[in-house]
Structures are given as C-alpha cells and as structure tokens.
Design a protein around this ligand. Structure first.
Ligand code: NAD
Length: 479
C-alpha cells in the first residue's frame, strides 16, 4: 500500500506518533494509501527547519530561485505519467482531464512564477518628499494550505510564488488527496533543492492545519478551501497580525442573454457546470437564461448533455469521474433531494450512478439539470460542489443582476451576449472577482484572482501573489 509521509528537511518522515489516515480511491471506494496523520509536533519540526533554511534561500538571487523552479518543472514533466497516475488515484479524476488541463497548468504555475520573479520590480517615488524606494523582502516561513479538488494545480499555484520570492514553505495538502504533493516534495529533494526550503506536513485540518496556522513563526497563510475554514483562519491570522490570503467557495452564475452567440454555447455552459464533476470553485452552478430563449437553451443543453459520459476515470470516453469522497457524495445527494422537496423539476440526472465491475463501489453522481426551483430556495445560495446546474429565467439585465448578485459569495460569473455595452455594464456591476464574457475558465496567470464576500479575501495571481509573499519596506533619502 502507498504511504504518503511528511517531507521535512528534505526527507520523508512519519507522524510524530506514528499514526496514519486512510486515503481512498473515489472511483472504487477502496482504501489505496495511508497518509501520515500529522500534529503540532510535526508542524513544529517543519517550521523549525524551514526557519533555518530561509536566510540562505532568501540570499539567492531571484534568477537563482527561478532556476530551481524551472528545474522542478522540468523534472515533473519528465515524470508526467507518474504524476497523472497519482493525481487520478486519490481524486478519481478522468485521466484526460489531468493530462490535458490540470497537469499542464501545474507545470505552467511553476514556470510562470519562476519567470515572473525575475521581472518583479519595486516602486520608486521622488520629487515630493525626498527619494523613496521600496524594498520587497520575503516574509520568512509561510504556510500553503490546499483543498482536494485541484490538488497539484493549487499546490503549485501557491508554493511557486512563495518560494520564488525567497520564503521557505510548510505546505499542508488535503488529507483526502495527498499523493501528488508528496511526490512533488520528494522530487524537489531528488533534484537537490536545499533541505528545509519546501516542507510538507500531512494530516487533518483540525490537527496539522490548525497547528500550522497558529504557529507564531509562520508569517503568512495562503489558503484555498471552504468558507467555513477560511473564516476561522482569517480570525486566527487577524489575532496574530499575520498575512492571510483566503480563496474560498463560490456560487457562480452563467448569464445567457437572448443575443448570446450560439456556437459552442451549450457545451461551454455544461463544462462550466460539470467539469471535474462540478467540484471547482469557479463552476457556473447557476444558469440564468433570458426568458425569451429559455426553452431554446434548455433544449440545446439536453441535446449536448449525452456527451458528458460518467464512467471509470481510466476510460478514454469518460468525462465525469466520481465525487471526491463519501461525504461529498452524501452532500450532493442531500442537496438534490432538498431541491426536489422544494419543488425543483429534475430535467436530467438527479441520482447516483452505479457502475459495474471495478467501479461498483465508487461515488458517481449523474450530471444534473434542475429548473423551477423557487427563487427563495436556499440552494440558490449554497455551494453544492457537484455536477448540478440550476436553471433560472430572467427578464432583463436588471433582473439578471439582481439574481446573480443574490448570494453571499462573489467569486466568478460569465456573461453571454453579443452586445458589448450589456457585457461591460454587467461586468462592472456583478459582485464577483472574476468575470468572463462569452466564455468560462479562460485563465491568464498574470491577472488578479479571488473573490468578494464569502468567496474570500485578497487576490492571488501574477504580481498579486508576489506582493502577498513579500513585505514592502520604504526607504527614504531626504534629497
Ligand atoms: P476545506 O476548507 O475543508 O479544507 C481545505 C484545506 O484546509 C485542507 O487541507 C484541510 O485539511 C485544511 N483545513 C481544514 N480545517 C482547517 C483548520 N481549522 N485550520 C487549517 N487548515 C484546515 O476545503 P475542501 O473541502 O478541501 O475544499 C473544497 C472547498 O474549497 C470548496 O468550498 C471550494 O469552493 C473551495 N475552493 C476554492 C478555490 C478558490 O480559488 N476560491 C479553489 C478551489 C477550491
């Protein structure tokens, strides 16, 4: 059986009390690995070595740290198939999704921030009160805490800018999906990354995660995960006056106006709702359609839906794998049951999928379309995180805005229209940090990424990440 151990000071290490947690393959429901169940003692050990390694790491030139990240990306690329296999094993994602989208993005994250840090300039202000220049110095030891839905993609998204800017890292991947991050930490040591620069502590959020966030030597926490945990981390960081970047949940609207370009529309709307079985914070789980074209769009969705084949993630034709855990499966079943009870009409799916053979114990759920849910139904507000799209009609732009903005979240939205004035007016008024016009999930890594309200605090991406992981210090010469 595979074992995912901590990675501290460049070497694997078991938990201080020797205990493990089970890791499951969501496609079969079987336990396929054990992960070290870390606690405060393990965090203490990792933070200590990260602290020792930090001055020498910070003393390297940005181009030297960048070279390490480029080397790591190259080494990962050489082991691409191993990473794709591992990522599929504990997430249940279709291999094609990892191979075509998520693994390339993980490589791009490392390379992007390696290149970015070599171009990272700081500010200079003069002519008003002396000559001022700003130093941007690393924070020290930082924590990177990541969820289970995009394990390698989000892990690299955080560790790359943290390391590039001269911090050392203690990372805690989700206990449900620890395999790819463990392999990456091992690979970093294999290529000779100095011990202590990148450390990994596994375990449950309430043990290892909490100990990491509260540790006084950890100077910043970059967290992606649920709003509930984000709120708790924000409170701890506020109390300790440490930096926190919180990328949390979403309940995102795709808004289709009557004049929306039709080419590829249904496929984009379904992809927005169902990719990774709806387990992406950016998923467009609410589909608002202008009343005059509601029937037409619904028909197009139902025609395109059969291409979303649920099946064994190892089969080439599979587009939807299982949900990531039994808890997630139960959550989606419960949400759809509540939708039914609230009067929602199930147009498609609305039930678990039972597969034969290898995957008979897997947590598969049918891609689902629901309509006629009353406007005040709480399901319009709550993140379900499953392959469930709820359709709602709207009358005009004001009505669409009212519905789209009626959630406590504010992560993303997509507007589909040919009319530029409508598109820009909507973009300016939507409560969301990420807006697409006639598209979904088109990502330029230089852009600010993050959400309003319950979707989080702060932005990551491009210069925002580099700024987050550095402390600005202004130096003034009275000339
Ligand atoms: P989660 O909040 O349960 O866990 C995320 C990570 O935090 C895990 O590693 C977990 O072990 C750790 N953790 C849990 N409790 C902790 C605590 N008290 N202190 C410190 N760490 C703790 O989230 P999840 O269920 O793994 O992920 C799904 C959520 O992530 C969804 O809400 C989704 O929208 C969100 N998400 C957001 C983004 C974004 O960029 N906004 C991206 C992906 C996922």
């Amino acid at each position: 059986m595979l074992k995912a151990l901590h990675h501290i000071a460049g070497a694997p290490r078991i938990a201080s009390d020797g205990s493990f947690l089970d890791v499951h393959d969501p496609a079969t429901g079987l336990c396929i690995a054990k992960v070290a169940r870390g606690d405060a003692a393990d965090v203490e050990a990792a933070v200590e070595v990260a602290g020792l390694a930090q001055p020498a790491w910070a003393a390297l030139r940005p181009s030297e740290r960048a070279a390490w990240l480029f080397r790591l990306a190259e080494a990962m690329e050489r082991k691409a198939e191993d990473f794709i296999e591992l990522e599929a094993l504990d997430t249940g994602k279709p291999l094609a999704l990892i191979r075509d989208i998520e693994f390339p993005r993980a490589l791009a994250n490392l390379r992007f921030f390696a290149a970015a840090v070599t171009q990272f300039a700081s500010e200079c202000h003069h002519g008003e009160a002396g000559l001022n220049y700003t130093l941007r110095q690393p924070l020290g030891v930082v924590a990177c805490i990541t969820p289970w839905n995009l394990p390698l993609y989000l892990f690299t998204w955080k560790i790359a800018p943290a390391l590039a800017t001269g911090n050392t890292v203690v990372a805690k991947p989700s206990e449900l999906t620890p395999l790819s991050a463990t392999r990456l930490a091992e690979l970093a040591s294999e290529i000779g990354l100095p011990p202590g620069v990148l450390n990994l502590v596994h375990g449950r959020g309430e043990d290892a995660g909490r100990a990491l966030v509260t540790h006084p030597r950890v100077r910043a926490v970059s967290f992606t995960g649920s709003t509930r945990v984000g709120r708790e981390i924000g409170a701890v960081c506020g109390g300790q006056l440490k930096k926190a970047s919180l990328e949390l949940g979403g309940k995102n609207a795709s808004i289709v106006f009557a004049d929306a370009p039709r080419e590829g529309l249904a496929e984009t709307l379904l992809r927005a709702g169902w990719q990774n079985s709806g387990q992406i914070c950016l998923c467009g789980s609410r589909l608002l359609v202008q009343r005059s074209v509601f029937d037409e769009v619904r028909t197009a969705l139902l025609e395109a839906a059969p291409r979303w084949v649920v099946g064994d993630p190892r089969h080439a034709e599979t587009r939807l794998g299982p949900l990531a855990s039994a808890a997630q499966f139960d959550r989606v079943c419960r949400a759809v049951r509540e939708a039914r009870e609230a009067g929602g009409r199930i147009l498609l799916g609305g039930e678990p999928v039972r597969l034969d053979g290898r995957c008979e114990g897997g947590w598969f759920y049918a891609p689902t379309l629901i309509e006629d849910l009353p406007e005040d139904c709480p399901l319009h507000q709550q993140e379900i995180f499953g392959p469930v799209i709820v359709l709602q009609p709207f009358d005009d732009a004001a009505d669409a805005l009212r519905l789209a903005n009626a959630t406590p979240y504010g992560l993303a939205a997509s507007v589909f229209t040919r009319d530029l004035a409508t598109a820009h007016a909507m973009a300016a008024r939507l409560h969301a940090g990420v807006i697409w016009i006639n598209g979904w999930m088109i990502r330029d890594l230089r852009t600010p990424f993050g959400g309003f309200g319950d979707s989080g605090l702060g932005r990551e991406g491009g210069l925002e990440s580099l700024r987050f992981f550095t402390e600005p210090k202004n130096v003034c010469l009275p000339i």
